[in-house]
Design a protein around this ligand. Structure first.
Ligand code: PMP
Length: 435
């Protein structure tokens, strides 16, 4: 008997009772290889002694201090560590309790910047189709996932969506990747011009698209062109790195690989590595000063922002990633994972694409490899793969395709960065058995 709200289709849910390295342990003793870190969360596995000790010590020292009255040493230290990783010009960090809260705060930060800089007409948000930015009202309205939006429509009215940059389904025959990247980015300019540039506040995108498309990096040059367009029209670029950031793609911020810097970036998930719920929004010092000069402070806050225990966990996570260089494992382990998946599934008649960056990898299922035709989403193959994988002892993150056929079923993999070579082989074996 359970009195909790639960997600279908794992209802009733399995009872998890322990975690060890890359494995979760069920009540019956069965060991599940955590091939997706839950949803790209558990980047250090489930028994990191350093993070656990930091959490215990912080609970002993100071479990909570409300930010209306106090700051705390772990929150200050975390902000310093994050800014040390950020590009020049970034100076401020707003701590949250998770991804949706980070996106929500980023949207309000952008809006307050527009008002405080004397541009109150800038209110429209452009994001992309098939995107996910969280489940709170503003973040949900920003996301372009039709199925998630539909039950709650109408949402916030000032959001628009352009097509994603998705080479597997978007690049034309004979078109180079760079040409496609430019063409995909130019859809932003067309949308801005249609709305009126002076009314557009921000463009929001994931640097590497996570859950909704399955670890899709943008085509070469896409984000450089996006940055140019945003600069040209005075629009803020908000990169949502809740899933792809915190080292998941091999650099602490995924945008480092694109040769651009955003105005605002959101992170969460891997920042707390599952040991504590935490997220962050980072912005440029100039943006922050505009707000402080005009209205004194960012008019936003929640009870648990800068929570000392969560910040202590994140400090320890950052220490493991940067000082212990666990981050340095991501690129080679990611290449090994890509090779193992290609070995087991590269010739499979229903695997159309194996892709990703770092330890953020996906396989896309197709009815026909040559035509790239997706399966009918009504068949819910992704849910069947999830059930079969759990039977095989593998946690992975399958998602369904869209009703319009523009995205197929795929399985997202985002294992802990500490995954060993043997465990990579096991992951590929179990996934291929499940498929
Ligand atoms: N943005 C992105 C890109 C995400 O992947 C997610 C979660 N899957 C969120 C925002 C929302 O994060 P949370 O579930 O922690 O609220």
């Amino acid at each position: 008997m359970t009195h909790l709200f639960h997600r279908a289709p794992l209802s009733p849910p399995l009872l998890a009772t322990g975690g060890e390295g890359c494995f979760l342990i069920g009540a019956d003793g069965k060991r599940y290889l955590d091939g997706s870190g839950g949803a790209a969360v558990s980047c250090l596995g489930h028994s990191d002694d350093t993070v656990k000790a930091a959490v215990h010590a912080q609970i002993d020292a100071l479990p909570f201090a409300h930010t209306g009255f106090f700051t705390s040493a772990p929150a200050e230290a975390l902000a310093e560590k994050l800014i040390a990783q950020a590009p020049e010009g970034f100076g401020r960090v707003y701590l949250t309790s998770g991804g949706s809260e980070s996106v929500e705060a980023a949207l309000k930060l952008a809006r307050q910047w527009a008002i405080d800089s004397g541009q109150p007409d800038r209110r429209r948000i452009i994001a992309r189709d098939q995107s996910y930015h969280g489940n709170t009202l503003g973040a949900l309205a920003t996301g372009g996932n039709a199925a998630r939006r539909a039950p709650f429509a109408p949402l916030l009215p000032e959001t628009w969506h352009i097509p994603p940059c998705y080479a597997y389904r978007g690049q034309d025959n004979g078109e180079s990747e760079a040409e496609y990247g430019r063409r995909a980015a130019d859809t932003l300019e067309a949308q801005i011009l249609a709305l009126g540039p002076e009314t557009v506040l921000a463009f929001v995108a994931e640097t590497v698209v996570g859950a909704t498309l399955g670890s899709v990096p943008a085509a070469q040059g896409y984000f450089r062109r996006i940055r140019e367009i945003c600069d040209q029209y005075g629009i803020l670029l908000i990169l949502d790195e809740v899933m792809c950031g915190s080292g998941r793609c091999g650099t602490f911020f995924a945008f480092e690989a694109e040769g651009i810097t955003p105005d605002i970036v959101t992170i969460a998930k891997g920042l707390g590595a599952g040991y504590q719920p935490i997220g962050a929004v980072l912005c440029t010092e100039a943006l922050y000063q505009t707000i402080v000069n005009a209205s004194g402070a960012f008019q936003h806050g929640h009870t648990y922002i800068g929570h000392p225990v969560a910040a202590a966990a994140a400090n320890a996570v950052m220490g493991r990633l940067i000082d212990d260089d666990v981050l340095g494992r991501v690129i080679p382990a990611g290449e090994a994972l890509q090779a193992a998946l290609t070995d087991r599934l590269g010739q499979h008649p229903h695997i159309g694409d194996i892709r990703g960056r770092g330890l953020f990898r996906s396989v896309e299922l197709v009815a026909d490899r040559d035509t790239k035709t997706p399966f009918d989403p009504a068949r819910k193959l992704h849910a069947k793969v999830k059930t079969a994988a759990m039977e095989e002892g593998l946690v992975c993150y399958p998602m369904g395709g869209t009703a319009d056929g523009k995205a197929g079923d795929h399985v997202l993999l985002a294992p802990p960065y500490i995954i060993s070579e043997d465990e990579i082989g096991m992951l590929a074996d179990r996934l291929s058995a499940a498929i």
